[in-house]
Write a protein that binds this ligand. Structure first.
Ligand code: SAM
Length: 322
């Protein structure tokens, strides 16, 4: 059916993302000792694509580290315990990297379609580098598409099935009272707007102390945006959500309307120029010959980072872009 084939196409975007990250890693943009395990055929991407993926990675990494470092009231015994919940995590390797860096949170939970979590579970089971990071106690089932460790969980779910999300919380042993960082990297934009609203609203109601990180496309309506939309449509994965939130203001309002206390959205050109550290920019700008500045600017203006904050424990006063 149509919905089945488009589901497959959206899953294929995950293979694409992993291949692009590997392209960046081989060029020295960032370190990731794990992503190659998830890529069958390595590809070389253009400098523009590499730089774009680097910017995306650096922005998420910076905000994630801010979250992991922030602390609440000193009299709160639980202040060190934190959680990360990754929606549509695909083959993302952040958990394994944080383990290497010894800064993994108390609990890391990844959700995706079962087809994807099954593949990821199988890879975790068969690669000792991955398996040793999920803990000796972890039960791994390729059939169920599940990994259940004490500090890492991988679970299958269709995010549009909002009623299942509460069951996932208890299955994953997520504690709603703990500070939680929710990641939605190129995920919600593929969903219908009502599902996106439901997920964002559910997350706000569920987690009173949380950061919701979003990275995705904006501005479908200008010439570059139309081309971007055509490309994705021809691959069978239209950005169903983009017309409901085409601008930065719309992304911020999506969160505020669904109950989040604060929300900020910047396009990736601004994120690259004003948020990513100058030193890091200088380092990566020397890696490859680069002369497509006009296209780079246009591309970056069509992606954004938005983050929303619920701050019941008063921990995130200094969190964010500035
Ligand atoms: N977040 C990962 C990253 O940035 O590398 C993967 C991004 S990939 C473009 C989109 C992911 O979202 C895919 O793995 C896809 O299977 C997942 N996804 C899309 N719609 C979903 C849904 N309704 N339920 C669960 N996962 C979904």
């Amino acid at each position: 059916s149509d919905s089945h084939s488009s589901t497959e196409a959206v899953q294929a975007t995950n293979d694409d993302a992993a291949a692009s990250k590997l392209s960046c890693v081989s060029k020295g943009y960032m370190k990731d000792e794990y992503v190659h395990l998830f890529v069958r055929r390595s590809v070389r991407r253009s400098p523009i694509i590499n730089r774009g993926y680097f910017a995306r990675w650096a922005a998420l990494r910076n905000l994630l580290l801010q979250f992991l470092k922030s602390d609440g009231h000193k009299d709160d015994n639980n202040c060190a315990k934190k959680q990360i919940l990754s929606l549509g995590a695909g083959f993302d390797t952040t958990y394994f990297q944080l383990m290497d860096e010894k800064i993994a949170p108390h609990l890391y939970v990844e959700l995706d379609f079962k087809e994807v979590t099954s593949k990821k579970a199988a890879l975790i089971e068969h690669c000792s580098q991955l398996r040793e990071k999920v803990g000796p106690e972890a039960s791994i089932s390729r059939e169920r598409g599940e990994v259940l460790g004490d500090h890492y969980k991988l679970l299958p779910v269709d995010l549009r099935d909002i009623t299942k999300l509460d069951a996932i919380i208890s299955l994953a042993k997520l504690d709603p009272s703990l500070p939680t960082f929710i990641i939605a990297e190129c995920v919600l934009i593929y969903l219908d707007p009502d599902s996106t609203k439901a997920i964002v609203g559910w997350a706000s109601k569920t987690f009173p102390t949380a950061v919701f990180f979003l990275y995705e496309q904006i501005h479908p309506d200008d010439a570059f945006g139309e081309q971007m939309m055509k490309n994705l449509e021809s691959r069978g994965c239209p950005l169903l959500g983009i017309y409901a939130t085409p601008t930065l203001r719309d992304k911020e309002n999506l969160f505020r309307d669904q109950g989040w206390q604060r929300a900020v959205a910047w396009d990736m050109l601004r994120v690259y120029n004003e948020f990513i550290e100058t030193q890091e920019r200088r380092r990566i700008e020397r890696l490859e010959l680069f002369d497509e500045f006009e296209e780079w600017h246009m591309m970056q203006e069509h992606y954004c980072v938005a983050y929303a904050i619920n701050d019941e424990k008063d921990m995130f006063g200094n969190f964010g872009f500035s």
